[in-house]
Design a protein around this ligand. Structure first.
Ligand code: UD1
Length: 342
């Protein structure tokens, strides 16, 4: 019988790509999502890509009662991938309690039910934000974490601590936190992708919306950083590559291959690109114009970060495969599809 995976936040950006990869590998998927930042139509797209419609339940996992009822109903879950969380850095500064409540209580409700129903395995969406501005680059998993710059970032750090403590206290509970660098791009089918509500906070959706004519110009936040061209550097990881990192993590847990009950891995490409390099590459590979202007730095941004991915390469047997060029092509193909641009 195929293994059943609960994917929370499975209609969201990274979640939907991961559901596709799981179903392609023969897993049975049940999605829980409150649709607060995603659309139910994503289920049609997943079905179109994989030929299979995942089970779906709509509720917020911070609701303890609803989470308990869910686990009473779904008795055959083998593992959980927990994506469902709020993720806007700026908004988290304005609404810290909403972020702490949603992001932390949902994790605690899940862990409580995993223990009760003997579900052993959890893969969690963490972030390179836990490193802050590291003293040395690239960052390895032994690079120390730094105090979070935002409530959002702090929910990731505290979630990691909760999983570490809970898995140590409860034999049979195993967790893997994946520290994502900057996920970008879309599925090659252009049937799923990133679809931010309102004005995008993140770089690539802002670029694709500017190219599509929805925004007048991109603001490049700062060109006076200590980097070769003065703009900030990140490690941009293709969302399908990232989705595959979840599948290998699930297999590692199901096959009991983990070295300890709580593990964490960097999930990036190992390459850093500057904002300017990214914008120029987008313009070149897609043959479209993106107007941009250099403005002040954005509060809370770090100067540069990229991953050392040795541990994920060696332990998970995973590495990023897609180039930045093809990833930026996929991002534009998706935006064109959404906006009906030929
Ligand atoms: C941030 C968070 C990350 C979180 C992610 C998802 C930090 C350090 N990082 O990543 O943890 O998971 O958001 O929301 O908190 N930029 C522009 N113009 C724009 C938008 C962005 O120049 O209109 C620049 C930024 O200044 C940055 C780079 O592009 O240098 C990437 O920005 P963004 O896509 O927002 O991601 P991060 O801030 O790296």
């Amino acid at each position: 019988m195929s293994k059943q995976i609960l994917v929370t936040g499975g209609t969201g950006y990274i979640g939907s790509h991961t559901v596709v990869e799981l179903q392609n590998e023969g897993f049975d998927v049940v999605i829980v999502d409150d649709l607060s930042n995603s659309n139910i139509d994503v289920l049609d797209a997943i079905e179109k890509i994989t030929g299979k419609r995942p089970a779906f339940e709509k509720f917020n996992l911070a609701d303890r009662e609803k989470t308990n009822v869910f686990f009473e109903q779904y008795k055959n879950i083998d593992a959980v991938i927990h994506f469902a969380a709020y993720k806007a850095v700026g908004e988290s500064v304005q609404k810290p309690l909403e972020y702490y409540r949603n992001n932390l209580v949902s994790l605690m409700n899940l862990l409580e039910n995993m223990k009760k129903h003997r579900v052993s395995n959890l893969v969690f969406s963490s972030s390179c934000t836990v490193y802050g501005q590291p003293d040395q680059l690239p960052v390895t998993e032994s690079t120390p974490r730094k105090p979070a710059e935002s409530p959002y970032g702090n929910t990731k750090a505290v979630s990691e601590d909760i999983m570490r403590d809970f898995s140590h206290a409860n034999e049979g509970i195993n967790c893997i936190a994946l520290r994502y660098f900057n996920p970008i791009g879309a599925h090659p089918s252009a049937l799923i992708g990133e679809f931010p509500v309102g004005v995008p906070n993140n770089l690539v959706p802002f670029i694709t919306q500017t190219a599509a004519g929805l925004r007048d110009e991109l603001k490049i936040f700062g060109a006076d950083y200590d980097t070769p061209d003065g703009t900030a550097i990140r490690d941009y990881i293709n969302v399908v590559d990232l989705a595959k990192a979840h599948v290998v993590s699930i297999n590692r847990l199901l096959e009991n291959k983990q070295q300890s009950s709580y593990e964490f891995f960097n999930v990036g490409t190992g390459n850093g690109y500057s904002v300017m390099q990214l914008v120029k590459t987008f313009i070149k590979v897609n043959g479209v114009d993106v107007k941009y202007q250099i403005t002040d730095r954005r509060a809370g941004d770090i100067e540069k970060i990229w991953a050392d991915t040795t541990l994920a390469n060696e332990e998970l047997g995973w590495e990023a495969e897609k180039t930045l060029e093809e990833t930026l092509e996929s991002a534009w193909a998706w935006e064109k599809k959404v906006r009906n641009i030929k």
